[in-house]
Design a protein around this ligand. Sequence first.
Ligand SMILES: NC(=O)c1ccc[n+]([C@@H]2O[C@H](COP(=O)([O-])OP(=O)(O)OC[C@H]3O[C@@H](n4cnc5c(N)ncnc54)[C@H](O)[C@@H]3O)[C@@H](O)[C@H]2O)c1
Length: 253
Amino acid sequence: MLQGKRGIVFGVANEYSIAWAIAKAAHEHGAQLAITYQNERFEETVKKLAANLNESLVLQCDVSEDEQIVKVYDEIARQWGKLDFVVHSIAYAPRSALEGKLLDTRRDDFLLAHDISVYSFIAVTRHAVPLMTDGGSVLTLSYLGSERAVPGYNVMGVCKAGLEACVRYLAAELGERNIRVNALSPGPIKTLAARGISGFSRMLEIVKERAPLKRSTMQEEVGKMAVVLLSDYASAITGEVIYVDCGYNIMGL
Ligand SMILES: NC(=O)c1ccc[n+]([C@@H]2O[C@H](COP(=O)([O-])OP(=O)(O)OC[C@H]3O[C@@H](n4cnc5c(N)ncnc54)[C@H](O)[C@@H]3O)[C@@H](O)[C@H]2O)c1
């Protein structure tokens, strides 16, 4: 489905990362990939994982630094000259902002969470556009906490609401270049980022009890849906937030 396409995946931390499941699925479907990791702490793990994907580029990118984003795209331009897709699978909020109440969120925590989790999506998309000469597909990861008040999700829910608005605005702006912009919204999955959400185990239990499919989502299922959105099979889909949550979001109680 992605034969002949080249894409960059931001946000691999370890084998449990949703970004890694997407990278694996995209690779299995024929894509050539560049993978980024945040900093030295993740370098060894990510390089080992990437060794399973032949000929993948592995690059460092802390998205809070404009220069690092520019460096990544300079390298892509040098090595490939063009780009077909971007996956943004990055979020961060300080632990202090994920405990207690949204009401008590400090200004610096709010700004940091939005910088990393929302602004970075605009930034990585902007730099991709000049390389997407044959159109393209851009994908980010959201969560139901964007539109429902999920206890413990706090400022990250506000970030995801902003992120989903970015999906729509960027889709509207980039449609004339045949660049599609979408989000996937998975149910709770045990990952490094999920560990920061207080009451996460309880969230998993509730989903297993109430979702129509009586279970939560697996990374691989997000990977499969990502491949569809990155491919030409989704050529008429843009500006959407697509749930991959075993149906949890449709339930009233
Ligand atoms: N796990 C879930 O339950 C779940 C559900 C819905 C949506 N999501 C979203 O999926 C995305 C991926 O999260 P995950 O669950 O795979 O966890 P993860 O911890 O594996 O991935 C989060 C990534 O963000 C990266 N990151 C954080 N700050 C960064 C920075 N300054 N620069 C560059 N990278 C940075 C981390 O290094 C990590 O690779 C996030 O947007 C998350 O909100 C997760």
